[in-house]
Design a protein around this ligand. Structure first.
Ligand SMILES: Cc1ncc(COP(=O)(O)O)c(C=O)c1O
Length: 358
């Protein structure tokens, strides 16, 4: 079997053990004679998967019974719309931080629904960065405040969660469960699954029950968080296969141990940043104190060299290193399931490439 080192920003590399178990379950789920994709979502086999996926997440996130974990279709982008539909009423204001492309995408949807106050804006800053907590002017009495904890394209990460006067909502798509976080600071947070949790199309949402209860009751049933809370995300047919993969991935995380994964993530990122910091050839695009442990973005002296870098890395088993099309450059995404051996291979390649082309 030839598995490459897959640096994709998402859908991204999944634990091999999870993929192999899924491979077996795809035709005959644990001797049931049915694929895990063919079973009723009301049956006992699927029920066990669904409940384990939820309880694994609750346990890994350290959430108490005041929170509910939800599974929602439509990826993280659907959340950009659901959040203001649920929580931004007429005459209210929601605070948003525009920290990059994803913060901006969330803002665009909220503005279609109601009044938005952009309380800090670093989207166009070079080097890319997150706002300092001291430069944010929260609106007193805001309906909620929205942040993006990791900007996947800019390669920046909020290291500290801000204190806000209003319920805090976080898009954690690209760094959920990758570092220690106090998740209880959030009234709600969410993540598209396709980076640290499973396949695309599915979003996990964690929401405080008292916050969900405050949601708008005049929107369609499927848009209301309270529907997912009340029906344990089984109001309609859920994305069973995505939730099954999330179950396997979170089980893998539990077996690895979060402290180990956090430590590995720090070490993996530090190794690549060390090459960048010790070189005049590679230039990191993010401000040092804001740079992400998940998406490492850098430039080479010319675009021609970047093209050659991506090409030769690919020939050496390192794939999907091209930066996002909107910004160019190189992006190495190294989520939880990305192996240390792949980082070591990249680091060696970077040093060698610099020697040959620097
Ligand atoms: C931080 C962040 N938020 C939101 C999204 C959008 O996710 P989706 O494609 O699942 O809608 C992405 C996708 O990469 C992302 O990185």
């Amino acid at each position: 079997m030839a598995r490459v080192y897959n640096f994709s920003a998402g859908p991204a590399v999944l634990p091999l053990e999870a993929l192999q178990e899924a491979q077996a379950d795809l035709v005959d789920y644990k001797g049931s004679g049915m694929s895990v994709m063919e079973m009723s979502h009301r049956g006992k086999e699927y029920d066990a998967i669904h409940n384990e996926a939820m309880s694994n997440l609750k346990e890994l996130l350290g959430l108490g019974d005041d929170y509910e974990v939800l599974f929602v279709q439509g990826g993280a982008s659907m959340q950009f719309a659901f959040i203001p539909l649920n929580f931004l009423g007429a005459g209210q204001t929601a605070d948003y931080i525009n920290s990059g492309s994803w913060g901006a995408a969330a803002i665009k949807q909220a503005q279609l629904v109601g009044n938005v106050n952009i309380v800090a804006n670093t989207q166009k800053d070079i080097p890319t960065r997150m706002p300092n907590l001291s430069e944010i002017n929260w609106t007193p009495g805001a309906a909620y405040s929205h942040i993006t904890t990791n900007e996947t394209i800019a390669g920046t990460q909020l290291k500290e969660i801000p204190e806000t006067g209003s319920p805090l909502i976080g898009d954690m798509s690209s760094d959920i469960l990758s570092r220690p976080r106090d998740y209880s600071k959030f009234a709600m947070f969410y993540a598209g699954a396709q980076k640290n949790l499973g396949p695309s199309g599915l979003a996990m949402v964690a929401i405080r029950k008292d916050f969900a209860e405050k949601g708008n009751v005049t929107i369609p049933t499927m848009f209301r968080y309270q529907t997912y809370v009340e029906k344990q995300s089984l109001y309609n047919t859920p994305p069973c296969f995505g939730i099954y993969m999330l179950c396997l991935t979170t089980r893998w995380m539990k077996n690895k141990g979060m402290e180990n994964l956090f430590k590995l993530n720090r070490e993996k990122a530090a190794k690549i940043y060390e090459v960048i910091d010790n070189s005049d050839f590679y230039r990191g695009t993010a401000l040092k104190e804001c740079r992400s442990d998940m998406n490492i973005t850098f430039r080479l002296p010319t675009e021609e060299l970047e093209t050659l870098f991506v090409k030769q890395a690919g020939e050496n088993g390192m794939k999907q290193l091209k930066g996002h099309r909107s910004v160019g450059g190189i992006r190495a995404s190294i989520y939880n399931a990305f192996p240390m051996a792949g980082v070591d291979t990249l680091v060696d390649f970077m040093k060698d490439f610099e020697k040959r082309n620097g």
